[in-house]
Design a protein around this ligand. Structure first.
Ligand SMILES: *Cc1c(COP(=O)(O)O)cnc(C)c1O
Length: 366
Protein backbone atom coordinates (compact mmCIF):
# COMPACT_ATOMS: atom_id res chain seq x y z
CA UNK A 1 0.00 0.00 0.00
CA UNK A 2 1.75 3.16 -1.20
CA UNK A 3 -1.20 5.48 -1.80
CA UNK A 4 -1.69 8.19 0.79
CA UNK A 5 -4.90 7.94 2.79
CA UNK A 6 -7.81 10.08 1.57
CA UNK A 7 -9.78 11.10 4.66
CA UNK A 8 -13.58 11.27 4.71
CA UNK A 9 -13.50 14.88 5.94
CA UNK A 10 -10.85 17.55 6.18
CA UNK A 11 -11.36 20.94 7.87
CA UNK A 12 -9.51 23.73 6.05
CA UNK A 13 -7.92 26.24 8.42
CA UNK A 14 -5.38 28.62 6.97
CA UNK A 15 -3.26 31.68 7.61
CA UNK A 16 -6.26 34.03 7.43
CA UNK A 17 -7.95 32.22 10.31
CA UNK A 18 -4.71 32.27 12.33
CA UNK A 19 -4.27 36.00 11.71
CA UNK A 20 -7.85 36.68 12.77
CA UNK A 21 -7.38 34.78 16.03
CA UNK A 22 -4.14 36.65 16.65
CA UNK A 23 -5.92 39.96 16.15
CA UNK A 24 -8.47 39.05 18.82
CA UNK A 25 -5.83 37.72 21.23
CA UNK A 26 -3.75 40.87 20.83
CA UNK A 27 -6.80 43.01 21.60
CA UNK A 28 -7.00 41.37 25.03
CA UNK A 29 -10.82 41.09 24.69
CA UNK A 30 -11.63 37.49 23.98
CA UNK A 31 -15.13 36.78 25.32
CA UNK A 32 -18.34 37.57 23.39
CA UNK A 33 -17.93 41.05 21.95
CA UNK A 34 -17.63 42.93 18.66
CA UNK A 35 -16.41 39.96 16.59
CA UNK A 36 -19.51 37.97 17.56
CA UNK A 37 -21.79 40.88 16.65
CA UNK A 38 -20.12 41.27 13.26
CA UNK A 39 -20.21 37.51 12.62
CA UNK A 40 -23.95 37.46 13.35
CA UNK A 41 -24.58 40.36 10.98
CA UNK A 42 -22.45 38.89 8.19
CA UNK A 43 -23.88 35.39 8.59
CA UNK A 44 -27.43 36.75 8.31
CA UNK A 45 -26.62 38.49 5.02
CA UNK A 46 -24.46 35.77 3.48
CA UNK A 47 -26.38 32.70 4.56
CA UNK A 48 -30.05 33.32 5.37
CA UNK A 49 -31.37 36.19 3.24
CA UNK A 50 -30.88 38.68 6.08
CA UNK A 51 -32.68 36.75 8.82
CA UNK A 52 -31.48 37.87 12.24
CA UNK A 53 -28.95 35.33 13.51
CA UNK A 54 -27.61 34.70 17.01
CA UNK A 55 -24.26 32.99 17.67
CA UNK A 56 -23.89 30.37 20.40
CA UNK A 57 -21.18 28.01 21.60
CA UNK A 58 -22.34 24.91 19.71
CA UNK A 59 -24.95 23.69 17.29
CA UNK A 60 -26.52 21.60 20.02
CA UNK A 61 -26.89 24.70 22.21
CA UNK A 62 -28.46 26.42 19.22
CA UNK A 63 -31.14 23.74 18.87
CA UNK A 64 -31.76 23.71 22.61
CA UNK A 65 -32.10 27.49 22.91
CA UNK A 66 -34.09 27.77 19.68
CA UNK A 67 -36.63 25.26 20.99
CA UNK A 68 -36.83 26.92 24.42
CA UNK A 69 -37.17 30.33 22.78
CA UNK A 70 -40.05 28.95 20.70
CA UNK A 71 -41.87 27.90 23.86
CA UNK A 72 -41.17 24.15 23.67
CA UNK A 73 -41.15 22.45 27.07
CA UNK A 74 -42.54 19.69 29.28
CA UNK A 75 -45.76 18.18 27.97
CA UNK A 76 -45.01 19.10 24.35
CA UNK A 77 -44.05 16.80 21.50
CA UNK A 78 -41.72 17.69 18.63
CA UNK A 79 -41.60 15.43 15.57
CA UNK A 80 -38.05 14.67 14.45
CA UNK A 81 -36.34 12.13 12.23
CA UNK A 82 -34.63 9.16 13.85
CA UNK A 83 -32.13 9.01 10.98
CA UNK A 84 -29.90 11.89 12.11
CA UNK A 85 -27.23 12.80 14.64
CA UNK A 86 -28.45 12.31 18.21
CA UNK A 87 -28.29 16.06 18.92
CA UNK A 88 -31.59 16.52 17.06
CA UNK A 89 -33.63 14.38 19.47
CA UNK A 90 -31.41 15.25 22.45
CA UNK A 91 -32.17 18.94 22.13
CA UNK A 92 -35.92 18.24 22.22
CA UNK A 93 -35.49 15.99 25.28
CA UNK A 94 -33.34 18.62 27.03
CA UNK A 95 -36.27 21.06 26.98
CA UNK A 96 -38.41 18.50 28.83
CA UNK A 97 -40.48 17.82 25.70
CA UNK A 98 -40.81 14.43 24.00
CA UNK A 99 -39.06 13.72 20.70
CA UNK A 100 -41.47 11.82 18.46
CA UNK A 101 -39.57 9.93 15.77
CA UNK A 102 -41.03 9.75 12.28
CA UNK A 103 -39.74 7.84 9.27
CA UNK A 104 -37.84 9.30 6.32
CA UNK A 105 -38.65 9.13 2.64
CA UNK A 106 -36.11 7.03 0.74
CA UNK A 107 -35.00 9.48 -1.96
CA UNK A 108 -33.39 12.29 0.05
CA UNK A 109 -33.23 10.77 3.56
CA UNK A 110 -35.50 13.55 4.80
CA UNK A 111 -38.57 13.48 7.07
CA UNK A 112 -41.47 11.91 5.18
CA UNK A 113 -44.34 14.43 5.22
CA UNK A 114 -46.94 11.64 5.35
CA UNK A 115 -45.21 9.94 8.27
CA UNK A 116 -45.06 13.32 10.01
CA UNK A 117 -48.76 13.90 9.51
CA UNK A 118 -49.52 10.46 10.95
CA UNK A 119 -47.42 11.27 14.04
CA UNK A 120 -49.26 14.49 14.93
CA UNK A 121 -51.17 14.47 18.23
CA UNK A 122 -52.87 17.18 20.29
CA UNK A 123 -49.52 17.62 22.10
CA UNK A 124 -47.50 18.29 18.96
CA UNK A 125 -45.84 21.69 19.24
CA UNK A 126 -43.64 21.55 16.18
CA UNK A 127 -41.87 19.60 13.44
CA UNK A 128 -38.09 19.70 13.18
CA UNK A 129 -36.73 18.30 9.91
CA UNK A 130 -33.00 17.88 9.35
CA UNK A 131 -31.43 18.99 6.06
CA UNK A 132 -29.40 15.80 6.16
CA UNK A 133 -26.07 15.58 4.32
CA UNK A 134 -26.65 19.11 2.96
CA UNK A 135 -29.80 18.21 1.00
CA UNK A 136 -32.79 20.37 1.97
CA UNK A 137 -35.76 18.67 3.58
CA UNK A 138 -39.07 18.81 1.66
CA UNK A 139 -40.05 22.15 3.15
CA UNK A 140 -43.14 22.97 1.08
CA UNK A 141 -44.77 19.65 1.95
CA UNK A 142 -43.73 19.91 5.60
CA UNK A 143 -44.97 23.49 5.77
CA UNK A 144 -48.34 22.34 4.44
CA UNK A 145 -48.58 19.66 7.14
CA UNK A 146 -47.55 22.15 9.84
CA UNK A 147 -50.12 24.72 8.69
CA UNK A 148 -52.89 22.14 8.40
CA UNK A 149 -52.41 21.24 12.06
CA UNK A 150 -51.43 24.63 13.42
CA UNK A 151 -47.98 23.54 14.59
CA UNK A 152 -44.58 25.19 14.15
CA UNK A 153 -41.72 24.26 11.84
CA UNK A 154 -38.11 24.36 13.10
CA UNK A 155 -34.96 23.50 11.13
CA UNK A 156 -31.89 21.48 12.00
CA UNK A 157 -29.64 23.00 9.32
CA UNK A 158 -26.44 21.79 11.02
CA UNK A 159 -25.17 20.25 7.77
CA UNK A 160 -26.66 22.55 5.16
CA UNK A 161 -24.99 25.98 4.98
CA UNK A 162 -26.12 27.52 1.68
CA UNK A 163 -28.54 24.77 0.62
CA UNK A 164 -31.73 25.93 -1.09
CA UNK A 165 -35.16 24.64 -2.01
CA UNK A 166 -37.87 26.35 -4.04
CA UNK A 167 -35.67 29.41 -4.43
CA UNK A 168 -34.96 29.97 -0.75
CA UNK A 169 -32.09 29.23 1.55
CA UNK A 170 -32.54 26.65 4.26
CA UNK A 171 -32.73 28.54 7.52
CA UNK A 172 -35.44 30.86 6.20
CA UNK A 173 -38.37 28.44 6.62
CA UNK A 174 -38.60 27.73 10.34
CA UNK A 175 -39.46 29.67 13.48
CA UNK A 176 -35.76 29.16 14.04
CA UNK A 177 -32.99 27.27 12.25
CA UNK A 178 -29.68 26.06 13.64
CA UNK A 179 -26.40 25.88 11.72
CA UNK A 180 -23.50 23.99 13.32
CA UNK A 181 -19.98 25.39 13.11
CA UNK A 182 -18.21 22.22 14.24
CA UNK A 183 -14.91 21.53 12.38
CA UNK A 184 -16.24 18.79 10.10
CA UNK A 185 -19.23 20.88 8.94
CA UNK A 186 -19.10 22.90 5.70
CA UNK A 187 -17.65 25.85 7.64
CA UNK A 188 -16.36 26.11 11.20
CA UNK A 189 -15.62 28.47 14.06
CA UNK A 190 -13.80 25.75 16.05
CA UNK A 191 -16.97 24.95 17.96
CA UNK A 192 -20.10 27.01 17.56
CA UNK A 193 -23.61 27.36 16.28
CA UNK A 194 -25.76 30.02 14.65
CA UNK A 195 -29.49 30.38 15.25
CA UNK A 196 -31.44 32.15 12.52
CA UNK A 197 -34.70 33.52 13.84
CA UNK A 198 -38.05 34.28 12.19
CA UNK A 199 -38.90 37.23 14.42
CA UNK A 200 -37.61 39.61 17.07
CA UNK A 201 -39.23 37.68 19.90
CA UNK A 202 -37.19 34.57 19.09
CA UNK A 203 -34.03 36.67 18.71
CA UNK A 204 -34.57 38.25 22.10
CA UNK A 205 -35.35 34.92 23.80
CA UNK A 206 -32.29 33.16 22.34
CA UNK A 207 -30.07 36.07 23.37
CA UNK A 208 -31.48 36.05 26.92
CA UNK A 209 -31.11 32.26 27.27
CA UNK A 210 -27.54 32.42 25.92
CA UNK A 211 -26.47 34.87 28.62
CA UNK A 212 -27.95 33.98 32.02
CA UNK A 213 -31.27 35.58 31.15
CA UNK A 214 -29.69 39.03 31.12
CA UNK A 215 -30.21 41.83 28.65
CA UNK A 216 -29.15 44.49 31.15
CA UNK A 217 -26.17 43.46 33.26
CA UNK A 218 -27.26 41.89 36.58
CA UNK A 219 -30.97 42.38 35.90
CA UNK A 220 -31.65 38.72 35.09
CA UNK A 221 -35.12 38.31 33.58
CA UNK A 222 -35.18 34.53 33.37
CA UNK A 223 -33.10 31.46 34.17
CA UNK A 224 -30.59 31.10 31.38
CA UNK A 225 -27.34 29.45 30.41
CA UNK A 226 -23.85 30.57 29.54
CA UNK A 227 -23.91 29.45 25.91
CA UNK A 228 -22.02 32.43 24.53
CA UNK A 229 -19.61 32.25 21.61
CA UNK A 230 -16.17 33.80 22.17
CA UNK A 231 -14.71 36.51 19.93
CA UNK A 232 -11.87 34.07 19.18
CA UNK A 233 -14.30 31.60 17.63
CA UNK A 234 -16.30 34.32 15.89
CA UNK A 235 -13.10 35.64 14.25
CA UNK A 236 -12.47 32.18 12.77
CA UNK A 237 -16.08 31.92 11.64
CA UNK A 238 -15.97 35.33 9.93
CA UNK A 239 -13.01 34.26 7.80
CA UNK A 240 -14.63 30.93 6.95
CA UNK A 241 -17.82 32.72 5.94
CA UNK A 242 -15.89 34.46 3.15
CA UNK A 243 -14.67 31.08 1.85
CA UNK A 244 -17.61 28.74 2.27
CA UNK A 245 -19.21 29.76 -1.04
CA UNK A 246 -16.17 28.62 -3.04
CA UNK A 247 -15.86 25.47 -0.93
CA UNK A 248 -19.49 24.64 -1.64
CA UNK A 249 -18.88 25.03 -5.38
CA UNK A 250 -15.93 22.63 -5.03
CA UNK A 251 -18.12 20.13 -3.16
CA UNK A 252 -20.79 20.37 -5.86
CA UNK A 253 -18.30 19.90 -8.66
CA UNK A 254 -16.68 16.94 -6.85
CA UNK A 255 -20.15 15.44 -6.43
CA UNK A 256 -20.91 15.94 -10.13
CA UNK A 257 -17.75 14.03 -11.03
CA UNK A 258 -18.66 11.18 -8.69
CA UNK A 259 -22.26 11.16 -10.02
CA UNK A 260 -21.00 10.80 -13.57
CA UNK A 261 -18.47 8.04 -12.89
CA UNK A 262 -19.52 5.80 -10.01
CA UNK A 263 -20.93 2.36 -10.79
CA UNK A 264 -22.47 -0.34 -8.66
CA UNK A 265 -23.73 1.96 -5.89
CA UNK A 266 -26.85 4.15 -5.71
CA UNK A 267 -25.74 7.77 -6.10
CA UNK A 268 -27.45 10.57 -4.12
CA UNK A 269 -30.61 12.02 -5.64
CA UNK A 270 -31.47 15.71 -5.70
CA UNK A 271 -35.08 16.86 -5.36
CA UNK A 272 -36.54 19.11 -8.07
CA UNK A 273 -35.86 22.73 -7.11
CA UNK A 274 -33.22 21.76 -4.54
CA UNK A 275 -29.61 22.92 -4.25
CA UNK A 276 -27.57 20.23 -2.48
CA UNK A 277 -24.41 21.45 -0.70
CA UNK A 278 -22.95 17.95 -0.18
CA UNK A 279 -21.90 18.11 3.43
CA UNK A 280 -21.77 14.38 2.74
CA UNK A 281 -21.81 12.53 -0.55
CA UNK A 282 -23.87 9.56 0.55
CA UNK A 283 -24.42 6.47 -1.56
CA UNK A 284 -26.47 3.38 -0.85
CA UNK A 285 -24.70 0.04 -0.87
CA UNK A 286 -27.55 -2.48 -0.78
CA UNK A 287 -25.28 -5.53 -0.23
CA UNK A 288 -22.69 -5.69 2.59
CA UNK A 289 -22.20 -1.98 3.25
CA UNK A 290 -19.80 -2.69 6.12
CA UNK A 291 -17.62 -4.86 3.90
CA UNK A 292 -17.61 -2.06 1.30
CA UNK A 293 -16.40 0.50 3.86
CA UNK A 294 -13.70 -1.86 5.13
CA UNK A 295 -12.47 -2.70 1.62
CA UNK A 296 -12.23 0.99 0.68
CA UNK A 297 -10.12 1.65 3.75
CA UNK A 298 -7.97 -1.50 3.85
CA UNK A 299 -7.45 -2.15 0.14
CA UNK A 300 -7.61 1.38 -1.30
CA UNK A 301 -6.70 3.77 1.56
CA UNK A 302 -9.93 5.69 1.16
CA UNK A 303 -11.86 6.89 4.18
CA UNK A 304 -15.62 6.89 4.28
CA UNK A 305 -18.23 7.31 6.98
CA UNK A 306 -21.51 5.75 8.06
CA UNK A 307 -23.94 8.45 9.17
CA UNK A 308 -25.70 7.02 11.08
CA UNK A 309 -25.45 3.29 11.88
CA UNK A 310 -27.97 3.24 14.76
CA UNK A 311 -31.27 5.09 14.34
CA UNK A 312 -31.88 7.47 17.24
CA UNK A 313 -35.06 5.71 18.35
CA UNK A 314 -32.96 2.63 19.16
CA UNK A 315 -30.11 4.42 20.96
CA UNK A 316 -29.82 3.51 24.66
CA UNK A 317 -30.21 7.23 25.46
CA UNK A 318 -33.40 7.87 23.47
CA UNK A 319 -35.09 4.48 23.04
CA UNK A 320 -37.40 4.98 26.04
CA UNK A 321 -39.22 7.68 24.04
CA UNK A 322 -40.11 5.16 21.33
CA UNK A 323 -40.83 1.70 22.68
CA UNK A 324 -41.70 -0.74 19.88
CA UNK A 325 -41.52 1.87 17.13
CA UNK A 326 -40.83 0.48 13.66
CA UNK A 327 -39.36 2.84 11.04
CA UNK A 328 -38.59 0.70 7.98
CA UNK A 329 -37.03 3.35 5.71
CA UNK A 330 -34.88 4.56 8.58
CA UNK A 331 -33.65 1.02 9.28
CA UNK A 332 -32.97 0.39 5.60
CA UNK A 333 -30.98 3.62 5.24
CA UNK A 334 -28.98 2.91 8.41
CA UNK A 335 -27.91 -0.44 6.97
CA UNK A 336 -27.14 0.81 3.44
CA UNK A 337 -25.55 4.27 3.56
CA UNK A 338 -21.88 5.13 3.16
CA UNK A 339 -20.51 8.65 2.72
CA UNK A 340 -17.55 9.06 0.38
CA UNK A 341 -15.02 11.90 0.50
CA UNK A 342 -16.37 15.01 -1.29
CA UNK A 343 -14.58 17.77 0.61
CA UNK A 344 -12.96 20.74 -1.16
CA UNK A 345 -9.38 19.54 -0.55
CA UNK A 346 -9.74 16.63 -2.98
CA UNK A 347 -7.57 16.78 -6.09
CA UNK A 348 -8.61 15.43 -9.49
CA UNK A 349 -6.37 12.42 -8.93
CA UNK A 350 -8.01 11.83 -5.52
CA UNK A 351 -11.42 11.85 -7.22
CA UNK A 352 -10.20 9.40 -9.85
CA UNK A 353 -8.82 7.11 -7.14
CA UNK A 354 -12.17 7.22 -5.31
CA UNK A 355 -14.06 6.31 -8.49
CA UNK A 356 -11.70 3.47 -9.39
CA UNK A 357 -11.80 2.07 -5.86
CA UNK A 358 -15.57 2.28 -5.42
CA UNK A 359 -16.20 0.72 -8.82
CA UNK A 360 -13.72 -2.10 -8.15
CA UNK A 361 -15.12 -2.86 -4.68
CA UNK A 362 -18.74 -2.62 -5.84
CA UNK A 363 -18.00 -4.90 -8.81
CA UNK A 364 -16.26 -7.45 -6.61
CA UNK A 365 -19.26 -7.45 -4.27
CA UNK A 366 -21.79 -7.83 -7.08
C1 LIG B 1 -23.42 18.41 13.98
C2 LIG B 1 -24.88 18.27 14.14
C3 LIG B 1 -25.57 18.78 15.25
C4 LIG B 1 -24.90 19.36 16.45
O1 LIG B 1 -24.00 20.39 16.20
P1 LIG B 1 -22.76 20.62 17.18
O2 LIG B 1 -22.19 21.92 16.69
O3 LIG B 1 -21.83 19.47 17.01
O4 LIG B 1 -23.29 20.72 18.56
C5 LIG B 1 -26.95 18.69 15.27
N1 LIG B 1 -27.63 18.10 14.27
C6 LIG B 1 -27.00 17.56 13.20
C7 LIG B 1 -27.82 16.93 12.12
C8 LIG B 1 -25.62 17.61 13.11
O5 LIG B 1 -25.00 17.06 12.05
Amino acid sequence: MTDTFIPAAKPIIGDDERAAVDRVLLSGMVAQGPEVAEFEREFAVEMVEGRASVAVNSGTSGLHLGLLASGVGAGDEVIVPSFTFAATGNSVALTGATPVFADIEPDYFSLDPRAVEAAITPRTKGIMPVHLYGHPALMAELRAVADRHGVALYEDAAQAHGAEIDGHRVGTFGTFAMFSLYPTKNMTSGEGGMVSCADEMIVRNVKLLRNQGMEKQYENELIGFNNRMTDIHAAIGRVQLTKVGAWTEARRSNAAFLDANLQGVVIPRVAPGARHVYHQYTVRVPEDRDGFVTALREEHAIGSGVYYPIPNHRLPSLAHFAPALDLPETEKAASEVASLPVHPSLSQSDLERIVAAVNAVAMAGA
